[in-house]
Design a protein around this ligand. Structure first.
Ligand code: 3UK
Length: 508
């Protein structure tokens, strides 16, 4: 029986945070960073103070808090302080631009914004753009000053396992990001079903996730799995590069490392130039996009450790099909995580014969309840308790699941969503561009990056200098990972009778 049982009235901050004090882990490090170590006792006290500080700032239970915070201990204080006080934290992607934040602040109706000062250049213009509609905002440093003044005791606000707990924004191929509303029980389910039962995380583990906490993947890896088990989380606020991640591994000796394929590819290249000390690792995990079989083999050869690929989503909260230490196959996503139901359906909604490809649907106890303010998207994605993943999958003869691509035009770049429409809209903002179509294109490591196919107003403008200009325009106006790595100029784009660009024709 894989059902996770919870009391009728509880607060999920208690088993994740306060429980460790009663279990004698008060002086154990909960978080380690290059700058500080935070024990479980310190964490529990700061979570209480943070919850009280949020209430003192005028927030009430049920209010939303937008927290644009880098990977640092304050992320934990804000997230759990909010939850313990009945406030709903929303940690969005920190790589976005002012218009994205303006949309999320407005859409969520959040009562407060807290942001790391590194993001002031995008958050402050977003707030200005909203004018009188903007909620109060303060930096993490200013918030920590309030935390120090606040009371260290906080009675947890009781909730039911199904009550709204936190949101994560997820992007779609068209339209705006959608706030996926997660319940109190969801982090318990992912930590127990995947963290404990698949990865075998225990209090002996030291967990380091290169994938950031704002990503559902990083949130589980780097925060909820270690807190659920009484392990230690290692946080690194820097942009993950081979150098930064290897240095963190050599300094803190983590036992589990979590990355995305793009990073593993760069790390493999860096290991050719310089060997590193990675013996502390007992397991590596990959998610966000498919891990090419060849990378699995090269990593095993170089480091002696397997990379366990698994597919998860913001809506499911964490991995629902995954490889395990004692059961894995390179080039596949593995098998369903016990406790999750998985189906591959044809276009009529019937199960496909084994071995054929179809749309992947899952039933998950950790699934988001609905998208905020988006009843149509909710109805499309969440049908009678089942979640439409938007992915095409098939099973091999031994039951391993093989990823075959998206059913829409969305791209995963470095594990993060990229909408072709958003990049196209940016390109047509350039005066020389008439039309643009963006598709995924495999780089030398077989990883997908955006490629733009562009029609110019005057074909004579084509050339290296325009290509540079267009790439610079995209880097400046979009999240940095979204710029097209290649630009091809063509006389016209393939279209349907109704004028929709047929991106699939450009992919061939
Ligand atoms: C794709 C994969 C092939 C797939 C995520 C682990 O990526 C996560 O969440 P997102 O909402 O994206 C979900 C979509 O990403 N995908 C993810 N992992 C794989 N495709 N192989 C994989 N291993 O299209 C899926 O529908 O950003 C990953 C844990 C939590 C997560 N939120």
């Amino acid at each position: 029986d894989h059902k996770v049982r919870l009391p009728e009235a509880f607060n999920v901050a208690v088993p994740f945070i306060d429980r460790h004090i009663d279990q004698g882990r008060g002086s154990k490090p909960a978080i380690r960073t290059a700058h500080e170590t935070v024990t479980y006792a310190e964490l529990a006290e700061r979570v209480n103070r943070a919850g009280n500080a949020l209430l003192a700032l005028g927030m009430a239970p049920g209010d939303r808090l937008l927290m644009v915070v880098k990977d640092c201990p304050a992320f934990f204080y804000l997230f759990w302080g909010a939850i313990k006080a009945g406030i709903v934290p929303i940690p969005p992607n920190t790589l976005l631009r002012a218009p994205d934040y303006a949309y999320m602040i407005d859409d969520s109706g959040c009562r407060l914004v807290v942001y790391s000062r590194e993001y002031a250049g995008e958050i402050e213009p977003a707030l200005r753009q909203l004018g009188a509609k903007a909620p109060p905002a303060l930096t993490v440093d200013a918030f920590l000053a309030e935390v120090n003044k606040a009371s260290p005791s906080l009675v947890p606000r009781l909730a039911a396992p199904d009550d709204d707990c936190f949101w994560l924004y997820s992007s779609g191929s068209t339209g705006r990001p959608k706030g996926a509303v997660h319940a109190q029980r969801d982090m318990v389910v992912t930590s127990e079903l995947y963290g404990v039962r698949v990865l075998g995380v225990t209090e002996e583990d030291i967990c380091f996730s290169a994938a950031k906490l704002f990503f559902a993947y990083g949130l589980g890896n780097g925060m909820t799995f270690p807190l659920w088990t009484g392990a230690t989380a290692v946080l690194d606020e820097r942009r993950p590069t081979p150098d930064s991640t290897f240095e963190t591994i050599e300094t803190f000796s983590p036992t589990i490392f979590y990355g995305v394929p793009t990073l593993y590819a760069a790390q493999l290249a860096a290991l050719d130039a310089k060997p590193r000390r990675l013996e502390s690792l007992r397991a590596c995990v990959s998610a966000g996009e498919a891990l090419p079989a060849d990378m699995f083999r090269r990593w095993k050869e170089k480091t002696g450790t397997v990379i366990l690929d698994g597919i998860g989503s913001t809506e499911a909260l964490h991995i629902f099909i995954g490889n395990r230490l004692d059961d894995h196959r390179a080039g596949t996503s593995g098998r369903p995580v016990p406790g999750y139901e998985v189906r591959i359906l044809d276009e009529n909604g019937d199960p496909v014969p084994k071995g054929e490809s179809g749309r992947l649907w899952i039933r998950a106890e950790s699934a988001a309840k609905y998208y905020w303010n988006k009843p149509d998207k909710t109805a499309e994605t969440m049908v009678e308790g089942w979640l439409n993943t938007g992915d095409t999958y098939r099973q091999d003869d031994d039951g391993y699941f093989i990823y075959e691509g998206r059913s829409d035009d969305m791209l995963k770049v470095g594990g993060i969503w990229c909408s072709p429409v958003e990049i196209e809209n940016c390109l047509v903002g350039h005066p020389a561009v008439l039309e643009a179509a963006v598709i995924g294109y495999a780089d030398a490591d077989s990883l997908i990056k955006p490629k733009a196919v562009v029609v110019l107003k005057q074909s004579g403008d084509a050339g290296a200098s325009l290509t540079d200009e267009l790439m610079t325009l995209c880097k400046k106006s979009l999240a940095p990972y979204k710029y097209p790595r290649w630009i091809e100029y063509v006389p016209e784009l393939p279209k349907t009778a109704t004028g929709k660009i047929q991106r699939f024709k450009l992919r061939d």
